[in-house]
Design a protein around this ligand. Structure first.
Ligand code: ADP
Ligand code: MG
Ligand code: MG
Ligand code: MG
Length: 385
């Protein structure tokens, strides 16, 4: 096979790239770069006059948000494409269709989802999503169960570990989630008004040891194939549809990581607004409920000796949520004072933002230190009032 040298696409070359593959061949097309993420180019190509087109996502050899000084492997495009293909097999309703993948160009051509909206934006616009928890709970249960030792063979699990060997992107999480926010790292970014709270956090020896344990979990627990970046910016929604995008951080890791990351990002809505409060609380509770029920149901159908013991699955599920509560704490803290923030909080007026962030930091520390006694999401929310 001839290998072509990698070149970043432009709005003009993205059109010819697709036409060479046979798409929109004799049609006049237009293209815009719509990427709002930090790491990649995203082009929408469509025939002039029509609404729907195709999406081209291309990885850049560096992090777009920082610039060329932060190199990042192109392999993540293939990892994302492979993870999305697995999601298409396991939960086709909740993943975009993949049409092409080009490893050399780090390009994936996928279904255009622009009839949907990014969940974080929808929440900020106070929109309601009646099926959200059901869809996310099912996505989590099926993607995590069938890639765990309960739902796949030891040999296939090892294949997953090999295929999703993702050191560069894991390194980002290891630093930005579990390390940098907990000391005076120059990657951090926060308001001066938070200096006292942050000093306290950095000087808290009990917190430091618990965060170290959580980082060891992230490094060493190989429980299932994770999405790895499951925040509300990686979910496309309408009132009836839910699609999970952007699994470039996928790797085999602790189940509590995906569970905790999505829950933390829903909690940011609780900390930033009151209009949707009851609805967000219901989502958070129902995600846990649907995940647990679906996971147990799958385990009843598929698990084999010696994993088919009820006491085992109950103990494991509890453990996933203890881990998740620790992850929630880390994610709450890092999105407040680390490198990458969330629009839910950042869009608040200054004084409100500082007030919200102080609450978030305090609650984050509480989650990390008390995860073994909190144990589940119902108890977690009780600690919030
Ligand atoms: P990054 O890895 O850079 O964060 P994402 O995959 O999250 O990239 O995509 C960035 C943005 O591009 C999304 O927030 C969304 O607005 C748009 N986008 C991505 N995939 C699609 C798609 N399949 N259909 C429509 N828009 C998309
Ligand atoms: Mg742009
Ligand atoms: Mg993204
Ligand atoms: Mg991404």
């Amino acid at each position: 096979i001839e290998r072509k040298e990698y070149r970043p696409l432009t709005e003009a070359t993205a059109i010819t790239y697709l036409q060479k593959l046979g798409y929109f061949k004799n049609e006049l097309c237009e293209c815009i770069e719509i990427g709002d993420g930090n790491l990649n180019l995203v082009f929408k190509v469509k025939p002039v006059g029509s609404e729907k087109g195709l999406i081209i996502k291309q990885a850049l050899p560096y992090a777009k948000v920082v610039g060329e000084s932060w190199p990042l492997t192109l392999k993540r495009a293939t990892i994302e494409s492979n993870a999305t293909k697995i999601y298409n097999e396991l939960i086709p309703l909740h993943a975009p269709k993949i049409l092409e993948h080009d490893e050399d160009q780090a390009v994936t051509v996928m279904e255009d989802l622009s009839h949907l909206q990014i969940l974080r934006k929808g929440f900020i616009e106070k929109k309601s999503y009646p099926f959200l928890a059901e869809h996310i709970g099912e996505f989590l249960a099926k993607s995590l169960f069938f890639t765990s030792d309960f739902g796949t063979s030891p040999a296939k699990k090892k294949e997953l570990e090999y295929l999703f060997n993702n050191p560069d992107l894991c390194d980002i999480t290891e630093n930005l989630v579990y390390t940098d926010p907990f000391f005076n790292s120059e990657t951090n970014s926060f308001e001066e008004d938070l200096t006292d709270e942050i000093q306290e956090l950095w000087n808290d020896a009990d917190l430091q040891i618990e965060v170290a344990k959580l980082k060891l979990d992230f490094l060493s627990k190989k429980e299932a194939l994770l999405h790895g970046d499951l925040h509300t910016g990686s979910i496309f929604v309408s009132e009836t549809e839910t699609k999970i995008i952007d699994p470039e951080f996928a790797f085999v890791g602790p189940i509590g990581f995906d569970l905790g990351q999505i829950q933390a990002n829903l909690l940011f809505q609780l900390f930033s607004r009151t209009e949707l409060k009851d609805e967000i609380i219901e989502h958070i509770l129902n995600i846990e409920k649907v995940f647990n029920e679906t996971f147990i149901q799958l385990w009843e159908e598929h698990s084999v000796r010696p994993f088919n013991q009820k006491a085992l699955i109950n103990e494991k599920l509890e453990g996933y949520w203890v881990d998740a509560i620790g992850v929630i704490g880390c994610e709450l803290i890092r999105r407040s004072i680390g490198l990458a923030h969330v629009e839910d909080i950042d869009s608040l007026e200054h004084n409100q933002k500082i007030k919200a962030k102080k609450k978030v930091l305090k609650f984050g520390v509480y989650c990390i230190k008390n995860r073994f006694t909190i144990r589940n999401i119902g108890n977690l929310l009780n600690g919030l009032e």
